[in-house]
Design a protein around this ligand. Structure first.
Ligand SMILES: CC(C)(COP(=O)(O)OP(=O)(O)OC[C@H]1O[C@@H](n2cnc3c(N)ncnc32)[C@H](O)[C@@H]1OP(=O)(O)O)[C@@H](O)C(=O)NCCC(=O)NCCS
Length: 105
């Protein structure tokens, strides 16, 4: 995982809690997350550079939203505004300090 993150220009360490995306066995995405009292927070999401814009990022966030629903959290939040347009495309709304996706039951 460290090798993947380095190869994709991330200085992140392997997350303590997260989701990994594999495509025919190869690691293609890493999502680092935290569970808070009322939400699931995305700390970072990295998709392999050569595989961007193929809906992998969308799939990772949709899986996270499914997980959030299972653990009774009704929001996914993200602080990073680096990829605001990506998160907005997925239905996230701007807050004063980040973005959130409300999860419908
Ligand atoms: C941001 C990132 C995770 C997106 O992953 P991806 O797999 O390329 O995104 P997807 O293909 O699932 O895109 C989903 C939608 O968002 C749009 N989108 C993706 N990246 C975008 C960007 N940088 N700007 C605007 N729109 C974007 C896509 O066009 C797509 O729209 P569509 O479904 O209508 O076609 C990826 O580019 C990445 O790893 N970037 C570097 C790290 C980073 O900035 N992470 C986010 C903050 S932690």
């Amino acid at each position: 995982m460290r090798e993947f993150l380095r190869a994709n220009e991330s200085s992140d360490d392997a997350p303590a809690l997260g989701l990994i995306g594999k495509l025919v066995g190869d690691l293609v995405a890493v999502l680092a997350m935290e569970i808070t009292s009322d939400a699931v927070r995305i700390d970072s999401l990295i998709v392999a550079r050569e595989l961007r814009r193929k809906r992998i990022g969308r799939f990772m966030v949709e899986e996270l939203a499914r997980l959030a629903r299972k653990i009774d959290r009704d929001r996914v939040v993200v602080d990073s505004l680096d990829a605001g347009d990506f998160f907005r495309k997925l239905g996230f709304q701007d807050l004063d300090n980040g973005m959130e996706l409300k999860i419908e039951n």
